[in-house]
Design a protein around this ligand. Structure first.
Ligand code: BTN
Length: 256
């Protein structure tokens, strides 16, 4: 059970999280968010959250595992139009907000481009942003966040046991999930506001958490395995990677 009133009393936001749609069980909070948008029942900043997500979607068509009553699966609905140029920074802002949230509890998170959230080198969370475009602007966006909070090693399926972790595993005690949600949404709304005026702050914060700056990275691009040195993210949030002495820009790849 997630207590939505506990989320709301801990929020320090103007609009994000003021409307909360809570479900005991749900296939995917991102899917539900799109249904609410299509039914016209969502407002800008609506939070969709469940205690048991059983068909979670990950990046690159993968599935996302959530441990019922231990992890967090939530989606924020953004309905204010935003130019495509700036929208590329939203997934990174969500990653930076998640990293800042976990840091709040004394852990040392790092980010893997674009927004894998790692603790001690293992995955503790991920972000899946989906958007609808009209001309040169994004008209609606769903920002889905999955965070491993109170899982023990036994709660993680065998396939991800060696590569995944949780806040509780890393800090040695459990955490109030509602507080984690409220802090994440508060940081994320800050970034949403910053995005309009000074997006470079988002780039700066994301970079401060990046765990592979100036380090070798490998990835698959258009069916070809590539490797290079990760240099930076540009003003659109794209990855700038040095390959054989040339800087190349990648809008969407999955780093190994
Ligand atoms: C990743 O692959 O790293 C992204 C994982 C994103 C998972 C979250 S959980 C809440 C939201 N609903 C979904 O179906 N997926 C996202």
């Amino acid at each position: 059970m997630i207590f939505t009133n506990l989320i709301q009393t801990n929020l320090r936001t103007h609009t994000f999280g003021k409307q909360v749609e809570y479900y005991n069980r749900l296939g995917s909070t991102n899917e539900e968010a799109w249904e609410l948008i299509d039914e016209n029942t969502a407002t800008h900043g609506t939070l969709v959250i469940t205690d048991h997500q059983f068909e979670g979607k990950g990046r690159g068509g993968k599935s996302w595992f959530m441990s019922p009553s231990k992890g967090l699966a939530m989606s924020l609905i953004l309905l204010e139009s935003i130019p495509v140029e700036k929208a590329g920074l939203i997934p990174l802002a969500a990653g930076a907000a998640a990293a800042k949230t976990l840091k709040n509890w004394g852990s040392s998170p790092t980010l893997k481009w674009p927004n894998d959230i790692l603790l001690n080198g293992k995955k503790a969370g991920g972000i899946l942003c989906e958007s609808r475009l009209s001309g040169e602007s994004i008209q609606s966006m769903v920002v889905g966040a999955g965070l491993n909070v109170n899982e023990t090693g036994n709660d993680l399926p065998d396939e991800i046991k060696s590569t995944a972790t949780s806040l509780s595993i890393e800090t040695g005690h459990s955490h109030q999930r509602e507080l984690v949600v409220a802090i994440f949404i508060t940081f994320f709304e800050d970034y949403w506001e910053i995005l309009q005026e000074s997006p470079e702050e988002i780039i700066r914060d994301w970079t401060s958490f990046c765990g592979h700056l100036e380090k070798p990275v490998s990835f698959n691009f258009k069916g070809k395995n590539q490797s290079g040195i990760f240099k930076k993210i540009n003003h659109k949030g794209e990855a700038c990677i040095h390959i054989d002495g040339n800087e190349r820009v990648f809008p969407s790849i999955i780093l190994e």
